[in-house]
Write a protein that binds this ligand. Structure first.
Ligand code: ATP
Ligand code: MG
Length: 137
């Protein structure tokens, strides 16, 4: 069955949005198959966002992701990669529709509270980067 990697970023954890976010994925009908709290190191954040290394905001983004506890999760279900991105909303919360996680709960692009894999290859890579095989059910 299809799986995706979802992370609640440090701002989402700090703001007390863990239950709210998990609940939206659960109510949709997706299945939580792995979850843990981690404080990513800066080097780890750089690996996670490697594709964005040339962007001007890369350093700030990696500092932010490594600034505190994040929740790393794997969710499973038919179409979960694409639909998970739909639940999350557009990258910039100003452009996210109301009803989406970022649309309802975030304001600025640098503090958009949640990450979701953007395709089957990234989903596989990110699950392998963030979780050990024995942490997956
Ligand atoms: P994510 O990968 O976190 O799920 P995304 O796939 O919607 O987000 P990406 O293009 O992969 O968007 O960008 C990764 C992250 O980089 C964004 O979530 C956002 O926090 C940050 N980011 C993207 N564009 C900008 C920008 N113009 N200024 C500051 N931060 C940005
Ligand atoms: Mg992305």
């Amino acid at each position: 069955m299809e799986r995706t990697f979802i992370a609640i970023k440090p701002d989402g954890v700090q703001r007390g949005l863990i239950a709210e976010i998990i609940s939206r994925f659960e109510r949709k009908g997706f299945k939580l198959v792995a979850i843990k709290i981690v404080v990513p190191s800066k080097g780890f954040a750089q690996k996670h966002y490697y594709d964005l290394k040339e962007r001007p905001f890369f350093n700030g983004l990696c500092n932010f992701l490594s600034s505190g506890p994040a929740v790393a999760m794997v969710w499973e279900g038919e179409g979960v990669i694409k639909y998970g991105r739909k639940l999350i909303g557009a990258t910039d919360p100003q452009k996210s529709e109301p009803g989406t996680i970022r649309g309802d709960l975030a304001v600025v692009v640098g503090r958009n509270i949640i990450h979701g894999s953007d395709g089957p290859e990234t989903a596989k890579d990110e699950i392998n980067l963030w979780l050990k095989p024995e942490e997956l059910t």
